[in-house]
Design a protein around this ligand. Structure first.
Ligand code: FMN
Length: 684
């Protein structure tokens, strides 16, 4: 039977290898790298199983002068790294994919904090762009360039030994050394590696030629290159067109990326699917070699259009493959409603940036494939005929009901309100967050296919009801309430709030209640996205808004999701006043007192209302009641999950729902034991 998506399942020749379809998992790091190679191998294998024809590693540091510690990437420094790399390549092959390896010399972006080697760059400059470590790169001599080429060649040879099918030369994102040489911003050399475009692309050309020679037809050679640096003096469209005219036929595949990782992995709040199209369109015609590009692609129609319009040959994806490792197979099998669409929140990026294993809001098994044995599509069958009540249909309750339902249990999901989704539904109505709704949509789609899961809306439950209805096993997913007393990080006890003061919290805004008056202070001591979003919402409603935060920037933690700069810009463009490094210390009827965190100096700000974005309190009354009833023998088990257990990210809530489903009926080890598998460093 033919389908509109058949074109996505055509093979593509990449030099000596042929893909089984056009789905290509571009390189992406995962916070596991050299520390957790078996965990990474399982994660990559599952993507291959799910239909990604090529599955790549993250950037793999080729030498100790390319060390981006504290970040945890793979390494191919010497033969000692080969067993880990081989394990990953073998796993991808077992899953049915081609294995790609992204060899990276980070050049002047590598602060070498672990190796303490001198960073290498085209000229004497502080290490950049991703670090402000107090260290400078040295201008590379010809000998340094020869050394780098030899290290790259060694890494290519080792990649073949480890069994990779696609070997990369990496010059994108402001990371790979060839990017620094290509960019006028970093390269002011006057020798044959600087000045003209021909000179600036010389290092890239040499690395490509070396790689092609070393590979000798035994693997495909791919080149990941910056198509637009989006910064003054950086790599431009003209540069990349020149590169393709000159080097277009050298590698077997071109992989187009932006000039910064931040500019490539933009969140859904700040860029739509396919943002890169304007920078990539037209480049393919400058080479006869296949091209791959990215764009947070989750819509098969958008993918087909890219191919038919001659923009891309292969649909590259990092985040969509993280959210749904089985995305290609679901498109192939016509199960589009079951695609777990990436919501574009970049919590995956936060894994790498906090040096912790990758996580995903939509796919709670991401990073848990090996250490906990979770799979995105499969879960072990039920082990009893128990019937389980899940109270609350927010992200954790929906996921618990879904996963228990897939296991085959009879599940009742009871929601107090009319709509499912809890906080994701509420937050998806805020500016820029509509994609949050996908968390609910995917789970609703699965639940609709599970006759063993019944959903009751407008069904608030008390412990007495639960006992009366005869439920034996209960999971409470009743969410959390935003506090309005100022308690969070700066204050751990309630603020003085004068009588007559108007204080609201996010829950009021979710319920459609807006402040009275014109001037509003948003007090953000939460530091993730919500404070900034609330300020933006109020500004859009015509309020004069100030955002006060004890942190040095609005929504400070979003430096881990690459949003922090865009958030500051949006706040400023919305005319919102930023009062940084200040805490609200008292709320009066017509204003607040704020204190500078460094000096303790206090001043007053006039306002008609304050919106507190601070801490939350779990709604745990039902859980505590049920614990008492369990102890009295009235029910068999109760478990609290998600924000109702401990408020956190949506990703954490979904994960905790999955965990509850995984652990139901399981004999759990004592909590004195490490609750997952891990690899421990072998002593030399
Ligand atoms: N690109 C690289 O070239 N090397 C990397 O190691 C790398 N690590 C990434 C890690 C994460 C968690 C993510 C989300 C992206 C990473 N990227 C890396 C960028 C992606 O390859 C991709 O270009 C970008 O995310 C846009 O594609 P997407 O919209 O499909 O996510």
């Amino acid at each position: 039977m033919t389908s509109a998506y058949d074109i996505l399942f055509e093979p593509v020749q990449i030099g000596p290898v042929t893909t089984k379809n056009r789905f290509y998992q571009v390189p992406h790091c995962n916070g596991m790298g050299y520390r957790d190679p078996s965990a990474q191998a399982s994660m990559r294998k599952i993507k291959a199983e799910g239909g990604w024809s090529v599955v790549c590693t993250e950037q793999v540091e080729i030498h100790a002068t390319s060390d981006i510690a504290p970040f945890i990437e793979l390494r191919i420094w010497d033969d000692q790294d080969l067993p880990a790399l081989k394990r990953i390549a073998d796993a991808i092959h077992e899953g049915g994919g081609l294995a790609g390896i992204e060899l990276a010399h980070n050049g002047m972006n590598a602060p070498n904090q672990l190796s303490r080697e001198t960073p290498l760059g085209p000229q004497h400059l502080p290490v950049a762009p991703d670090t402000i470590a107090p260290v400078q790169a040295r201008a590379m001599t010809k000998q340094d360039i020869d050394d780098l080429r030899r290290w790259h060649r060694n890494a290519v040879r080792r990649s073949l030994e480890a069994g990779y099918d696609v070997v990369y030369v990496y010059g994108a994102h402001g990371y790979g050394a060839p990017h620094h040489f290509l960019s006028r911003r970093y390269n002011n050399r006057t020798d044959e590696y600087g000045g003209s475009l021909e000179n600036r692309m010389r290092l890239l050309k040499e690395l490509l030629e070396d790689t092609i020679e070393e590979v000798a037809g035994r693997a495909a050679v791919a080149c990941r290159i910056t198509v637009e640096e989006e910064i003054d003096g950086g790599i431009t469209r003209e540069d990349i067109e020149g590169v393709l005219r000159e080097l277009g036929e050298l590698p077997d595949l071109w992989d187009f990326a932006m000039g910064s990782w931040e500019g490539d992995s933009v969140t859904s709040r700040f860029a739509p699917e396919g943002r890169q199209e304007e920078f990539v369109a037209g480049l393919k015609k400058l080479t006869t070699k296949p091209v791959v590009g990215v764009g947070r692609f989750t819509s098969p129609d958008a993918m087909v259009r890219q191919v038919k319009a001659g923009i891309l040959d292969l649909i590259g994806a990092a985040r969509p493959s993280i959210a749904d490792p089985f995305l290609p197979n679901k498109i192939r099998d016509g199960r589009l409603n079951l695609i777990r669409e990436c919501i574009g929140c970049n919590i995956c990026v936060s894994g790498d940036l906090t040096m912790s294993p990758i996580r995903c809001t939509q796919n709670p098994s991401m990073g848990e494939e090996w250490r906990r044995g979770w799979h995105p599509e499969r879960i072990r069958a039920k082990e009893s005929d128990s019937r389980i009540l899940v109270v609350g249909a927010g992200p954790s309750g929906l996921e618990a009901a879904r996963a228990l339902g897939v296991r085959g249990y009879d599940v009742v999901l009871a929601e107090a309100g009319r709509d499912l989704g809890g906080r994701v539904s509420a937050e998806s109505r805020l500016p820029g967050l509509s994609a949050w709704g996908r968390v609910k949509e995917y789970r609703e789609a699965v639940l609709a296919e599970l006759p063993n899961v019944e959903i009751y809306r407008e069904s608030p439950m008390t412990a007495a009801d639960i006992v009366e209805f005869g439920f034996e096993h209960v999971i409470t997913a009743t969410g959390a309430t935003w506090r309005t007393d100022g308690v969070a990080r700066f204050h751990t006890t309630a603020l003085p709030i004068a009588e007559g003061a108007q204080v609201l919290g996010p829950d009021d805004l979710f319920a459609g209640r807006l402040p009275e008056g014109r001037k509003v202070v948003v007090y953000d001591d939460d530091h993730y996205y919500l404070g900034g979003v609330v300020a933006e919402l109020l500004a859009q409603q015509g309020y004069e808004v100030s955002i006060v935060t004890p942190a040095p920037q609005v929504s400070s933690w979003t430096n881990n999701t690459f949003e922090i700069n865009r958030i500051q810009r949006r706040i400023i463009e919305n005319g919102i006043t930023r009062v940084l490094d200040h805490a609200v210390v008292a709320v009066g009827a017509g204003g607040v007192t704020v204190r500078e965190t460094y000096t303790g100096l206090e001043r007053d700000l006039d306002c008609d209302a304050v919106v507190m974005v601070t801490a939350r309190l779990p709604r745990e009354e039902l859980y505590l009641d049920l614990v008492a009833r369990r102890d009295a023998g009235e029910i068999a088990s109760v478990r609290g999950i998600g924000d109702a257990w401990a408020p956190g990210t949506i990703a954490a809530a979904v994960w905790s729902g999955r965990r509850a489903a995984e652990e139901f009926d399981a004999v759990l080890p004592s909590n004195d034991e490490v609750p997952f598998r891990r690899e421990v460093t072998q002593l030399a």
